[in-house]
Design a protein around this ligand. Structure first.
Ligand code: NAP
Length: 277
């Protein structure tokens, strides 16, 4: 499995597993747990979740999936912006730790920017890190202006990643945010990498897949993995799809194929407001 370096120097798997909507359908629960455990077996060790997903149910499911294998997983979870005050972040983290049945979170993210000053959230992250409850911290859905502001507050330069909507049809961040992050060695964690499944049915991608004898999901993921400092976190609760997605790590798109994808899915020509799902 390809690895991506965090600014701290720690290497994490370039393909991780998303968990949005997991834990919400009782009939699907056992298969979701089994899929996450299969991912660990196959070296896909980064698991992304959030207190928001199913109001804690996804974290609880992840806690079950990592039972007895905590050390194999790199756990990412997120605090709601309305909980991201100095005391609120610490309390939210304690709740997440209980649901995840662990004593530490590997990467704790601010889910998106709310009204709490960034400096306050960073102070809470620093306290949690000092207490050993989180190993690293980062942000999500922060645009360039937010990142520049973050850079000026105490602890802001310690962020290890910015989790952003990024896929073939959502390339706006390539204009200015991504280059800014690259200059600082900060990875982007690409969420909704297959546009929640919608990307797989676009004529551009299905045509490309037919011409080159590849599967659409694998092309979308291989395109992300071809880029420096990008971690992709597709979600699936189906073991066969997980294997299909992980096989993207073995695909190297040629320069000509990447060029063809650029003509099918154009990079931004001007500034694009940060998109979120
Ligand atoms: P996604 O990963 O782009 O797509 C997930 C959907 O695609 C699911 O419906 C899944 O269905 C289906 N799928 C997965 N692999 C497939 C394949 N090989 N062939 C066909 N269908 C496939 O969307 P996402 O869940 O929005 O994003 C991924 C993760 O990013 C989330 O789960 C979450 O952890 C994170 N996220 C973060 C934010 C944020 O604000 N920070 C926002 C959105 C998402 P099955 O499960 O039935 O296979």
């Amino acid at each position: 499995m390809k690895k991506v370096l965090l600014p701290s120097g720690e290497a994490v798997s370039a393909l991780g597993m998303g968990t949005w909507c997991m834990g919400e359908t009782p009939a699907q629960r056992a298969q979701d747990v089994a899929t996450l455990r299969l991912g660990l077996d196959l070296g896909c060790t980064l698991i992304d979740t959030a207190e928001m997903y199913g109001e804690g149910r996804a974290e609880t499911l992840v806690g079950e999936a990592i039972q007895g294998r905590r050390d194999e997983a790199f756990l990412v979870t997120k605090v709601y912006p309305h909980n991201a005050s100095r005391a609120g972040t610490v309390a939210a983290c304690e709740r997440s730790l209980r649901r995840l049945q662990t004593d530490r979170i590997d990467l704790y993210l601010l889910h998106w920017r709310g009204t709490v000053p960034l400096a306050e959230t960073m102070a809470a992250f620093a306290a949690l890190q000092k207490a050993g409850k989180i190993r690293h911290y980062g942000v999500s859905n922060l645009d360039l202006s937010d990142m520049q502001e973050l850079w000026s507050v105490p602890g802001g330069r310690g962020v290890q990643a910015n989790q952003l909507l990024y896929n073939l049809t959502r390339r706006g961040i390539e204009r200015d945010l991504l280059p800014w992050m690259r200059e600082r060695g900060m990875p982007v964690m690409a969420y909704s990498p297959i546009e929640q499944g919608r990307l797989l049915h676009t004529p551009g991608l299905t045509g490309f897949a037919r011409r080159h004898g590849m599967l659409p999901a694998q092309i979308a993921l291989a395109w992300l993995l071809a880029r420096d400092g990008v971690i992709a976190i597709p979600k699936t609760g189906r073991p066969e799809r997980l294997k299909e997605n992980l096989a993207a790590a073995d695909i190297t798109l040629s320069a000509a194929q990447l060029e063809e994808l650029d003509t099918l899915f154009r990079p931004p020509r001007g500034p694009v407001a940060l998109e979120m799902i």
